[in-house]
Design a protein around this ligand. Structure first.
Ligand code: ARG
Ligand code: ZN
Length: 471
């Protein structure tokens, strides 16, 4: 569901319609969407508008099975196309007709429809599949957290291949209906609004809807035994939080933090403008990992993050991502700074508001913390490389770049940029370069040199700019 320049190609297609296409006019879609860091991520030749996942999960065995129906539009003439999936497929249909399929390469599913597909055509793709996500490892790595009472899909940059077939790249966003049946007494958590939860024959089916464009890595599924709290925000949005019944000593601190989600979102609306989605919340499953993820409308948190008591800062980070990362997403994974630099800077703004140190004080501290020779300064937040995509420098040096911007253009323009950007690129994609251009437009100042110093040089910048007025 990304914006395409369809006019010239649509015109070309309509001219070509008069001439019957021959088999030679159809080519396979590319096995990757063209990401500089992850060549196998996503696919070429089509654009998905909607995923409908109808699944069943058995926590005892970790068996996930069901049907995915994808609605897509072709962007070229296709003899075949790829999907990204790591589970086992038993049947594929394209526009209702059985299609040939083969697993190939890097968790790719190659689909050959009974008849080739013309450009600009709406297609439905039904994939029947099953598997135990915990058995899938890619390069020794997994996005599936097996828990004593179920499992969780939450990871970046990839998690979809562990649980549904997709065009697995942020460039192709879509809406989602996720329906998962689990044994009574177990819950299934996903994104958006819980539409219903009917029970029959000892099973309960959780029907979730995410009605705004959503990147595939921001789709999440958590099955387990949860306590669920629900409420509405002052403006009427449904809030749903879920806590594993098995959080032990961390249960209180986890709740004391995640229950502040609506308050955090209300504060962030003052900084970033209207909240971009129609639901919010968070969930804390009983995983052993230590990270969080900004899964759309409903971030994933790890119990360990609450081991020292409440941690509203991590809630601020993940809710800030709803604007910076989820609504405005990267064009390519090298643009990760437009997510993480801003989520980290939001934590500094929260600290300032809470009287725990101003953003400038935290920036001065982060700047002084590592001497010039520290490897920290060799990481370039503006293009860190796949191995350093989530390096601490992308976060901390990334936030320093924003403090440098603030001290260069002043608070008025800086906060106008922070609020204008999520409007300008709402539910779309943008790059680091797009941000530099936008900040230059708003401030009327040339900023290329500043961003080059803070985002693109493998060395410690000489100093933060002087901070007139707000030290
Ligand atoms: N966007 C996530 C966050 O900072 C990062 C998750 C990265 N994953 C990891 N295993 N380090 O909130
Ligand atoms: Zn983050």
């Amino acid at each position: 569901m990304h914006r395409r320049l369809i006019v010239p190609s649509a015109l070309a297609a309509s001219l070509l319609l008069a001439i019957p296409a021959s088999a030679a006019d159809y080519a396979p879609g590319a096995a990757g969407i063209g990401d500089a860091y992850y060549p196998a991520s996503g696919n070429g030749g089509y654009d998905v508008s909607h995923y409908d996942l109808r699944l069943t999960y058995q926590p005892r065995t970790d068996l996930l099975e069901g049907t995915a129906t994808l609605l897509a539009t072709t962007t070229q003439r296709l003899s075949r196309f790829n999907l990204d999936l790591g589970l086992e497929v038993s049947e594929v249909r394209v526009n209702g007709r059985k299609a040939a399929f083969a697993a190939s390469g890097d968790h790719e599913l190659e689909v050959t429809p009974a008849a080739p597909l013309d450009q600009g055509k709406e297609v439905s793709v039904v994939v029947r599949y099953a598997g135990k996500p915990s058995e899938l490892k890619i390069g020794g790595w997994t996005a599936w957290h097996r828990t004593p009472d179920g499992g969780v899909a939450a990871q970046e940059p990839d998690s979809a291949v562990w649980w549904f077939p997709s065009n697995d790249h942020p460039l192709d966003k879509a809406t989602y209906d996720v329906s998962v049946s689990v044994p009574d007494g177990t819950q299934a958590i996903s994104n958006g609004v819980l539409q219903s939860q009917p029970s029959k024959l000892g099973w309960t089916r959780y029907n979730w809807r995410s009605n705004k464009p959503q990147a595939s890595y921001l789709a999440t599924l958590a099955i387990g035994r949860f306590d669920i709290t629900t409420d509405r925000t002052a403006s009427g949005l449904p809030v749903l939080n879920a806590y594993s019944k098995d959080l032990g000593d961390n249960a209180g601190a986890a709740r004391a933090s995640v229950e502040r989600t609506a308050e955090v979102a209300e504060w962030l609306e003052e900084v970033f403008g209207p909240y971009p989605f129609n639901a919010l919340g968070g969930y804390v499953p009983n995983v052993t990992s230590g990270y969080a993820l900004e899964t759309q409308t409903r971030p994933f948190y790890s119990p360990r993050q609450f081991a020292n008591g409440s941690n509203t800062s991590v809630v601020v980070h993940e809710i800030a991502h709803q604007w910076y990362g989820d609504s405005v997403s990267v064009k390519g994974w090298k643009d990760i700074w437009i997510n993480e630099g801003f989520a980290r800077y939001s934590q500094w703004l929260w600290s300032e508001k809470e009287g725990e140190g101003t953003a400038r004080q935290l920036a001065d501290y982060a700047y002084a913390l590592r001497p010039a020779g520290d490897p920290f300064w060799t990481v370039k937040p503006g293009d860190p490389g796949p191995d350093k995509q989530f390096d601490i420098a992308v976060y901390d040096r990334g936030a320093l770049a924003l403090q440098a911007l603030r001290d260069t253009i002043g608070d008025e323009d800086f906060f106008a940029v922070l609020k204008g950007w999520p409007q300008k690129f709402a539910h779309g994609n943008a790059s680091v370069g797009d941000f530099v251009t936008y900040a230059e437009q708003v401030s009327g100042k040339p900023l290329a040199a500043l961003f080059d110093t803070w985002l693109h040089q493998p060395a410690k910048p000489a100093a933060l700019p002087a901070a007139p007025g707000h030290r």
